[in-house]
Design a protein around this ligand. Structure first.
Ligand SMILES: [Fe+2]
Length: 375
């Protein structure tokens, strides 16, 4: 057996290449858009790609699955409930894919999304039991995937976590994310075991009610460009550029510079609508980071643009994305709206009758976050 975990530091995602050394057949699970790395591995090892599997329709990064499939006579596999516009091999719970002597067994684990599935890797000559499970965004290291990405369900996530934790202790867990916006309390380690998570995952001791309320409150903001990325991965849109793939330097400005900005400057608040409604810097227009790529035509190209969020990380990454797509004069407010309030400046309040913000600030600082402040 051959197994490789490939970590993408830019989006906090993990993808996998599993192959039989005997038959040279390979499967790639959750490929990123950087498909060259898989091509090189396949070539180096003389593997023949049989399956490309997306554990679910991703909302935070563009999948490379269709790109990889286009280069090989491989089957693109998703759970049978996936709502996509392109052809795929629909997999059912319990179904097995043969990969030489190996078996990839499907375990439907909805919760993060309805079509979420985990893949058990079984090597029958070694053992009738699985030795590892690729959990996508169901069970994460010290966490589970958040259920608010479209079609997710906290109660189903509880069932899926419980089901996964019934696997034997020794089963190695390889998730789809080691950091990033798909969970809110990931440990940062790229793998774990079922036994360790059963003992130490903070969510496993909760009863169903407590689990659901923890998952439903205090979620991180929706990911950057989610409303462009998710439809692209479903084949409904074609915006493969809607992903932050660079780490361009961004000018950060302080509160004084924001206050004394040139009059033709456009200021955008990239927080979620309830955060904005409950108080924003005067003059800022709300474009949540999730909608930035979908609303790109609202960003002026001929005058300065300033982005602000709660504490400076979301706006920094959003500014990196704007710079990546050619917005030249873009800056990010260091410390964000929190610094503005702290400095005693007044905020504009839109409508406090809207739901109070339930966005939890997280310390997801990788991918060019630029500081250790909260998002
Ligand atoms: Fe996900």
């Amino acid at each position: 057996m051959y197994f490789k975990q490939i970590l993408d530091e830019r989006c906090g995602c993990a993808s996998y290449l599993v192959a039989s050394r005997q038959s040279h057949e390979a499967a790639i699970i959750d490929p990123s858009v950087h498909i060259q790395q898989y091509e090189e591995l396949l070539q180096e090892r003389n593997f023949r790609l049989r399956y490309v599997i997306d554990t679910h329709v991703h909302a935070d990064h563009i999948s490379g699955a269709r790109q990889v499939r286009a280069k090989h006579a491989a089957e693109l596999c998703l759970h049978e409930s996936a709502q996509v516009t392109y052809a795929f091999r629909p997999l059912k719970d319990g179904e097995e894919l043969a990969l030489g002597q190996l078996r990839l067994r499907v375990l439907h684990t909805p919760g993060h999304r309805a079509e979420m599935m985990s893949i058990l890797v079984v090597n029958p000559p070694r053992s009738p039991e699985p030795s590892m499970v690729l959990t996508g965004d169901s069970l994460l290291v010290g966490d589970v995937g958040r259920p608010d990405f479209g079609g997710g369900d906290a109660s189903e996530q509880y069932e899926s976590m419980t089901r996964l934790l019934r696997l034997p202790d020794w089963v190695a867990v390889f998730p789809g994310h080691f950091e990033g916006p798909c969970g809110k309390g990931m440990c940062g380690r790229p793998n774990t075991t079922i036994g360790f998570e059963r003992l130490y995952n903070p969510l496993v001791r909760l009863d169903r009610g407590a689990f659901i309320s923890i998952l439903s409150e205090g979620v991180p903001a929706r990911p950057l460009n989610m409303t462009a990325i998710e439809p692209t991965n479903r084949g409904l849109a074609d915006m493969p550029w809607a992903m932050l793939t660079s780490a361009l330097p961004i000018r950060e400005i302080d509160i004084e510079a924001l206050e004394n900005r040139p009059p033709d400057t456009a200021v955008f608040d990239v927080r979620e609508p309830p955060e904005y409604a409950h108080g924003h810097t005067p003059g800022a227009i709300n474009i949540p980071q999730a909608d930035l790529a979908s609303r790109l035509d609202e960003i002026p190209r001929d005058r300065p643009v300033i982005l602000i969020c709660q504490a400076g990380i979301r706006s920094f990454r959003a500014a990196q994305f704007l710079a990546q797509v050619g917005v030249a004069q873009v800056a990010s407010v260091q410390g964000g709206t929190a610094a503005w309030r702290k400095a005693g400046k007044s905020v504009s309040v839109e409508d406090t009758s809207v739901e109070a913000p339930r966005v939890t600030e997280s310390e997801w600082t990788h991918a060019g976050g630029g500081s250790s402040a909260q998002v």
